[in-house]
Design a protein around this ligand. Structure first.
Ligand SMILES: [Zn+2]
Length: 205
């Protein structure tokens, strides 16, 4: 294969995307260079727009246009005020729960788990969660972290951090397959996990 720096660079970047290796990255790049006007041009613009205009909120963790200012009691663009907040690890978990229509309320995206990729407690949006629960008068915090060791450790840590705040804390039902990540669950499993969520206030001492 003839070496062209620009092409090599693009292959290198694309092969870092989830589910893609160097072989599929090469196929994608070939498709792109053969369709510069139809694909490369609009894609370059879309990427630049996302880079410029989309942010992850430093309070609640959701993706939002940078033009929208976040504050504790006005963090997410919702039609009405909610009294429930669902805590998840990643944005993909939020998307799965949203598309299954199981939950109506606010989301709080931690940005990972306590021990994943060396993340420490301070890297996750836990302090801002505590603030939101207080300021938004949240009546129920649903811990929807994965059924992995890291997910459960994180849930336990959050439960402990909220212990002095008057709010109900629940956790998704144990029916979650062990090691199950929220984003990979089907709607039925997610539905039962939400419906049969357990109340942690009554189970703790
Ligand atoms: Zn926010």
């Amino acid at each position: 294969m003839q070496k062209i720096n620009e092409i090599e660079e693009l292959i290198k970047i694309i092969s870092k995307l989830p589910g893609l290796g160097p072989k599929s990255a090469k196929r994608i790049v070939l498709k792109l260079v053969n369709n510069k006007d139809e694909l490369v041009k609009p894609m370059a613009k879309a990427l630049a727009d996302v880079y410029k205009n989309i942010l992850r909120c430093k309070i609640c963790g959701v993706l939002k246009p940078s033009s929208i200012k976040c504050s504790f009691n006005n963090c997410q663009i919702v039609e009405k005020k909610y009294d429930k907040i669902c805590v998840v690890e990643n944005i993909s978990d939020q998307w799965s729960i949203e598309s299954s229509n199981i939950f109506r309320g606010y989301f709080h995206i931690l940005g990972g788990t306590i021990s994943s990729a060396g993340l420490k407690k301070d890297d996750l949006l836990i302090n801002s969660l505590i603030e939101r629960v207080k300021k938004d008068k949240i009546e129920e915090v649903i811990l929807a972290t994965s059924a992995t060791v890291e997910g459960q450790t994180t849930a336990y840590y959050i439960q402990d951090s909220l212990k002095n705040i008057k709010t109900k804390i629940t956790k998704l039902a144990q029916g979650l397959p062990v090691g199950g990540e929220i984003e990979s669950l089907d709607d039925g499993t997610l539905y039962s996990a939400f419906k049969f969520r357990s109340d942690l206030n009554s189970s703790s001492d």
